[in-house]
Design a binder for this molecule. Structure first.
Ligand code: S3P
Length: 174
């Protein structure tokens, strides 16, 4: 069983993933970290030198490697996706078919606040006004997050721990 966490940059996928891993005792894999480790390059380098489409192909290949086809058994894991992983239809298909995907849904206000608190290295948010960029990219992606996820959790006002506890309860109901 793979529990995949999706959501916009700054929605807390990795942080909620860590809490969920502690509660379930399943290992946590971060898709960005996996790609950086296996390719020996940073996400920034891949996107800025090879382009976003190549990065999206690498995400699809990583998802293939980390998940099992329906009917195959594999060890359970928590998988924190990148914020744009589902924009590639091939990746969205793998996530839909092979994982229980949870969308950490947050408002633009929450996302901007989180991104300002822990800026990280996010080449796709560079340039221009952060709030405008987040709002327009989220508007492009929201339908894809919502149609791919099996569970949607509104995270505004929740701590990472509370979000993980809600997910545990929702998984129990599924
Ligand atoms: C991206 C999100 C990033 C990373 C890359 C592209 C996106 O992951 O995969 O910079 O397109 O939203 P996080 O959501 O973990 O920041």
């Amino acid at each position: 069983m793979t529990i995949a966490l999706t959501g916009f940059m700054g929605s807390g996928k990795s942080s909620v993933g860590r809490e969920l891993a502690a509660l379930t005792r399943y290992p946590l894999t971060d898709l960005d970290t996996y790609i950086e480790t296996t390719s020996g390059r940073s996400i920034r380098t891949i996107i800025t030198t090879q382009g976003e489409p190549v990065f999206r192909e690498m995400e699809t290949a990583a998802l293939q490697a980390l998940t099992q086809a329906p009917g195959q058994t594999g060890s359970p894991r928590i998988l924190a996706l990148g914020g744009g992983t589902l924009t590639a239809p091939a990746s969205a298909r793998i996530v839909r078919e092979r994982t229980t995907c949870i969308y950490l849904r947050a408002t633009v206000d929450t996302l901007v606040r989180n991104l300002l608190l822990s800026p990280g290295d996010r080449p796709l948010l560079a340039g221009g006004d952060l709030r405008t960029r987040v709002a327009s990219l989220l508007a492009e992606r929201a339908a894809t997050y919502e149609s791919t996820a099996r569970i949607i959790l509104d995270t505004d006002g929740l701590s990472f721990r509370q979000a993980a506890e809600r997910i545990m309860a929702m998984l129990g109901d599924h």
